[in-house]
Design a binder for this molecule. Structure first.
Ligand code: FE
Length: 176
């Protein structure tokens, strides 16, 4: 009987260990977001999370731009001159924002796109700060500040989504 119990116990341990390995593989992509319970690339529900809570979750430099409406220095962000094929997600909540197909070389020093993936990927807010009349662009899911939109972009939209790299997260297209 003891031997039988031992074998059953061993079987359970092996099974649990297999499950945990499978779980680990599924979450590998999101390892960078451990500790961010709101992060998802597929969820669509709107997030109402206080800045106080985001401050506990996000890296300081992401928080400063995303939640305090900061702006990174031009020509310093990690995506301002990249042209790799793939998708750009909100670095705060994982919401899909832009395809690399809509990214264009802009001399402004920030990653620039002419359209979002979906109409509701982002929201627009009038911004009269710093003595300028601009339109702020925030994430459609988590309301984080992403950048501004201008009317001097290329066809077909003639829009320029001028974004901060720090609040974007790029996932390269899989090449086979
Ligand atoms: Fe977001």
């Amino acid at each position: 009987m003891r031997v039988l119990n031992f074998i059953i116990g061993l079987g359970c341990i092996l099974l649990l260990s297999q499950c945990s390995n499978a779980q680990k593989t599924n979450n590998d992509m999101n390892d960078a977001h451990k500790g961010n319970p709101y992060y998802s690339r597929t969820a669509t529900e709107h997030l109402n999370v206080s800045n106080e809570e985001w401050q506990k979750i996000l890296p300081k430099d992401v928080y400063e731009v995303a939640r305090m409406k900061g702006t990174e220095w031009a020509f310093t962000g990690k995506y301002w001159k990249t042209d790799t094929k793939g998708m750009y997600y909100c670095a705060v909540c994982g919401n899909p924002l832009f395809r690399s197909d809509s990214k264009f070389a802009s001399s402004c020093g920030w990653p620039s796109f002419y359209e979002t993936i979906k109409e509701n990927s982002v929201k627009y807010i009038p911004d009269n700060s710093h003595g300028m009349q601009r339109t702020e662009v925030v994430c459609g899911r988590c309301d984080s500040h992403l950048g501004h939109i201008f009317d001097d972009g290329p066809p077909p939209t003639h829009k320029r989504f001028c974004m901060n790299s720090i609040v974007l997260e790029f996932e390269p297209e899989e090449t086979k």
